[in-house]
Design a protein around this ligand. Structure first.
Ligand code: GDP
Ligand code: MG
Length: 154
């Protein structure tokens, strides 16, 4: 049997706020992925900064961290063959302007600053990100998910 792989996918706060969790989960299921874990949580600044650590020097880093911590996210582990690459293909290019119709960003997003979904870019990133969001230390970074939900959904 071929090697199963896991990848980390996250519906970002704008995707959650717009009620797109179901549509995004549905696309992954239709593609053939198996859902291995799912959780709604509001993350703190420290976790957002660690998650996007390699982008720390970018001019938009502050905006990116503010975006990611602006409300609850939906963190997921999806499993299947070539899960990392298949997820990236399903999600589409980083900039929704360039993301093909039929991809998640191509169909549901307009701007790079609000591209609604994250997917790991390599097996090593997937392992690191799954550890960050679903490992033991994740508990330290939950900025009161109920409070976040109340804020986001009024
Ligand atoms: P991804 O792997 O396709 O998500 O893209 P990157 O790893 O290069 O960037 C991570 C995230 O940073 C993107 O998904 C966007 O949310 C954000 N981002 C990337 N480029 C820009 C930019 O030029 N401006 C802003 N505001 N955000 C950006
Ligand atoms: Mg990336």
């Amino acid at each position: 049997m071929q090697q199963q792989e896991q990848t980390f996918v996250m519906v970002k706060p704008d995707g959650v706020l717009r009620g797109l969790i179901g549509a995004i989960v549905s696309r992954f299921e239709q593609k053939g992925f198996k859902l291995a874990a799912i959780e709604i949580l509001t993350i703190d600044r420290a976790l957002a900064e660690r998650h996007y650590g390699e982008l720390r020097a970018k001019p938009f880093f502050g905006e990116l961290v503010a975006y990611l911590t602006s409300g609850p996210v939906c963190a997921m582990i999806w499993q299947g063959l070539h899960a990392v690459e298949n997820a990236r293909a399903l999600i589409g290019k980083t900039n929704p302007v360039e993301a093909a119709p039929g991809t998640i960003r191509g169909d549901f997003a307009m701007d790079i600053a609000g591209n609604i979904v994250h997917g790991s870019d390599s097996a090593a990133s997937a392992e690191r990100e799954i550890g960050l969001f679903f490992g033991r230390t994740a508990d330290d970074h939950r900025a009161g998910w109920l409070a976040g939900l109340d804020e986001a959904h009024g």
